[in-house]
Each structure stands twice: as C-alpha cells, then as structure tokens.
Ligand binder design. Sequence first.
Ligand code: HEM
Length: 309
Amino acid sequence: VERARRAHEQLAGVEVIWRQDCYQLPTGRTSFGFKDGIGQPAVEGSGVPGSNPGERPIKAGEFILGYPDETGSTGPMPTPEILGRNGTYLAFRKLHTRVAAYRQYLRAKAASREEEALLGAKMVGRWQSGAPLTLSPGQDDADLGADPGRNNRFGYTDDLRGFKCPAGAHARRANPRDALDHEMSVDVRLHRMLRLGTSYGPMLPEGVFEDDGADRGIIFVFAGAHPKRQFEFVKTQWLNDGIFIGAPAEKDPLAGANDGTGTFTIPQRPIRRRLQSLPPFVITRGGEYFFAPGLRALRWLAEMDIQNG
Ligand code: HEM
C-alpha cells in the first residue's frame, strides 16, 4: 500500500491537503449515546457467521466486485479486470450530530427520565445499550445489548404494526428485515450494506443540555458493490421518505432531513403517540464516493512502470 501511495504521489504530484481524525469508544457508543455497528449482513463465503439467523448470508457480489450478486449478475466494474476485481465502492459522509438539541427535544416531550429513554429508543429501534426494542420493548436490557449472540437475533413479523418497534424507527427503516416480506414488492436483500460508524469531535458530557459549540458527530462509511441501490436508495427512499411504511409525510426521526415541521408516529394502545415539530438532529457536513481496489490491484498499481504508463 505504501509503495502504491508513493507511486501515485510521484505520478500525479498528490499531496495530503486535509485529514479527518475519528475514533471508536470502547463502549461502541456514538454521540447520541447509542451503541452502533451491531446490525451487519452476513456475507456468503466470508467464513464469518451472521448474527441474525433470520437472514440468509448475502451473495458476496453485493459487496465485492467481480462476484455474482443477489440478481445473479456481476455488475459493472473498473477495467482492466485486475483493477476492478475484489474492489468495492465506498461512500463517506461526515455527519454532524446536534446532541444538545436532541437532548432538549426529548426532555421537552417526556414526563420522566424513563420516558426520555423510551422515546429515544423508539426513534432508533434499539435502547442505548444496543438491546433491540423487539426483544425488550419495555425497558433497556444491558446484558442483551452486550450479547452478540442475541442482540441481532430478531425480525419484525410478530410486530408488523410497530407496537414494540415503530416502523419509522431509524434501524427499522434502514433495514426493515422481514417486515416487508408479505408485500412481495421489495427485496430487502438488494438494499443491504456494510457500514462503519466512528465518532469525530468530543462527546457532549452526560447531563449537558446547552450546546457547547463543538463540532461532533459520526464519520459514516458505507461499502458495497451497488452504491445506488444500496446506500442511495436507503437514504432517499427509506430514511427520507415514508411511503414504504404508509406514512408519506414522515422522515427518519433521528437521521432524516427534518426541518422543524416533521412528525414521528409511535404506535401504542389505546391511542398512538405522535411527536411533532422534529428539528434536524443530523447535518451532513460533506462526503465523497470512492473506489477501493483490492490487494492484487494495489500490487498491480504499485508495480506499474510509472515512467512509461
Ligand atoms: C448521524 C447519523 C446516524 C446515526 C446517529 C445512526 C445511528 C444508528 C444506530 C444507533 C443504529 C443501531 C445499531 C445497529 O443496529 O447497528 C443504526 C443502525 C443502522 N443504521 Fe444508522 N445512523 C446514522 C446514519 C445512518 C445512515 C445515513 C444510514 C444509511 C444510509 C444508516 C444505516 C443504518 C443501518 C443499515 C443500520 C442497521 C439496521 C439493522 O440492521 O437493523 N445510518 N444507526
């Protein structure tokens, strides 16, 4: 990799002009306080067992170029073949999180600390510990959240109406799992993604409700062979539109592009609750799409005779 980097610098006179530091807390939590990075697809042939037995491993070609994907084709990739094969596409986003505004909103809507935690969990689909609402609808369960053997073992078919986890919750929008199976119109397997969320900027200390002016948030990285029907589709159709869940006017309450007028419906008995006037909690600061070559391609680039092309 180092040789390839030097070769490229020589070739194009490239120099580093900007750098973004990011980090992962040992707890796996990001700035809103939730553990992230739990829900990931199993990749066929990777040897890494999936964490959700309800989802068959996804074809490797959904994530790595040059292999059959879920539709049976291999999709377009950079040429020559040695450059494209085993590569993938990345989408990078710097997402500023308005943590003080988020805490103020929940406090204003909730009558108690317990209700604050519940409303926060309803927005995400998991409690802060990572415990899924579908498995623990009433209260957080730290042991469940920390248990990789159990914290992703669930579907939504026994909760189609969303009494446990609202259909509009972030994680349920981003991966509806089996919730849309009965509709036969959407194949969730075509919209899966490998993703990594790390933090940038200092965490807002617990209990602070005033904005300290610091820039903080998430560095979101998506990896997949079909960025358009994976990352772009999920962002526009599932996070920022509610048609697929029968709530066309609603966006993702946490990560959606809300503008102060949005609502979020929480199904409950005897009557549903509707949170109003959702402000934006996440602001996109920037981003880029990349092609990430595989190791053989990097070697090929490094060994290229840069003088003669
Ligand atoms: C600052 C913005 C965001 C925050 C704070 C955030 C936070 C979270 C949290 C706490 C979870 C639950 C943990 C887990 O299941 O791994 C989650 C899940 C997920 N998020 Fe986000 N997210 C953000 C943006 C996005 C974006 C932009 C996308 C895609 C376009 C996305 C896609 C997903 C997916 C696919 C899951 C897994 C769902 C599952 O498999 O059940 N997220 N996110």
